[in-house]
Design a protein around this ligand. Structure first.
Ligand SMILES: Cc1ncc(COP(=O)(O)O)c(C=O)c1O
Length: 375
């Protein structure tokens, strides 16, 4: 039995004033000091390029690639450096042969970056997009299982999925679904934006064809950078940005690397963030966040607000779906109290990360009581 060493709050590493309760990690995260310092050091390199050997910069790309790989159980060779999740998904769509008459599966209200490239493929090649509606009981995994095996449905070509719904943190058990998807011969393309850095993701177990995540959210890094895992049999598609860096002798998933890959600012920031996540360890992060969201759930339930049971929410995102929707101005009124959360598709989305402590949770609960319950 492996023992999880409790992870204390990492607030001291962040430049968060005491009065700020920032529970919006699923939107974008503050960078911890080591990540800021890595970015500042990179900026100084660009300020005086003559003082820094150009040959040192590609080592940063490989460091970032290794750090990204380590978080998802992959090897550096499996990882391409791209500019965004939409870049990654468009790359995946370009590498997967369309299946005229086939279908592309996804969940309702999926994040647009995981939709548009597939909609285009469907429109161009006579395919259908099979959108699974949100199940009343919140069990996406069962709803997707049914959709995969639906009698009479067109053959499954692509399952374009995520490990949880981005709007409310409802879990989707991809490990359970992947064998059924593979058995149909369909490709599995995963947008793991809202998981990597906060939840275990293992490409060895999942065996996706492609899996993508950006650096500006849960892995505490910069904007304009994302990573794309490409399975060994999926490395012969066209890169989105043709450039000398992704031509032979570039090996493995480097085939899909972006142009201007050797960014001396973004890459060290990304590597520093992901190395911190790896050092804390995902089981410890997940356990810490589960304790915080459980505390939130208990507080909300005590106000008679509808909270999904533990099995229907991930440890790092809690979505409050009110029967009448979110009252107008609720997010702004919480912000006025220095409580930062999001409205996503009418759901109040609360997403703590390693800087969050019990005080933040209690401030959030007090804010919600004042804003929704007038108390
Ligand atoms: C589920 C999900 N995917 C992707 C993204 C980001 O996509 P992109 O990198 O294309 O801007 C987000 C951002 O909120 C997201 O929530």
């Amino acid at each position: 039995m492996s023992l999880i060493v409790p992870l204390p709050s990492q607030r001291a590493l962040f430049e968060l004033p005491d009065h700020v309760s920032y529970l919006d990690a699923a939107a974008w995260t503050p960078v911890p000091r080591p990540v800021r310092e890595a970015g500042e050091a990179g900026l100084l390199i660009k300020r005086q390029p003559w003082a820094h050997p150009r040959e040192d910069v590609p080592t940063q790309a490989e460091r970032a690639r290794r750090a990204a790989a380590a978080l998802i159980g992959a090897a550096a060779d499996d990882i391409a450096i791209v500019g965004s999740v939409s870049h990654a998904i468009a790359t995946a769509a370009g590498a997967i042969a369309p299946l005229p008459g086939g279908r592309i599966l996804r969940v309702a209200d999926e994040f647009p970056s995981q939709c548009f490239a597939w909609d285009r493929m469907a429109a161009r090649h006579g395919m259908s997009v099979d959108i699974v509606p949100r199940p009343a009981d919140g069990d996406w995994t069962a709803a997707l299982h049914e959709a995969i095996a639906r009698p009479g449905a067109p053959p499954l070509a692509v399952a374009a999925l995520t490990p949880l719904h981005w709007s409310d943190g409802a879990p989707i058990d991809l490990d359970a679904l992947a064998p059924a998807i593979r058995a149909t011969g369909a490709a599995l393309v995963v947008d793991a934006t809202q998981a990597v850095g906060a939840a275990p993701v293992d490409v060895g177990r999942l065996q996706p064809d492609f899996l993508a995540f950006p650096t500006y959210k849960w892995v505490l890094g910069p904007y304009s950078l994302a990573f794309l895992y490409a399975a060994p049999h999926r490395r012969d598609g066209p890169p989105l940005e043709e450039n000398s860096g992704n031509r032979p002798p570039a090996s493995g998933a480097r085939r899909y690397d972006r142009g201007e890959c050797n960014d001396p600012v973004g890459l060290p920031m990304a590597a520093a963030g992901m190395e911190l996540i790896a050092a804390w360890g995902l089981p410890a992060i997940a356990a810490r966040l589960a304790a915080l969201t459980d505390r939130l759930a208990e507080g909300l339930a005590a106000m008679d607000l509808p909270v999904a049971p533990r099995a229907r929410r991930v440890p790092h995102i809690l979505g409050l779906r009110l029967p009448g929707g979110l009252p107008p101005g609720a997010i702004d009124r919480l912000r006025a109290r220095d409580v930062f959360v999001s409205d996503r598709l009418g759901v109040l989305r609360i997403s703590p990360h390693v800087w969050t402590d019990e005080r933040d949770v209690d401030a959030c609960l007090a804010g919600i009581r004042a804003v929704l319950r007038g108390g």
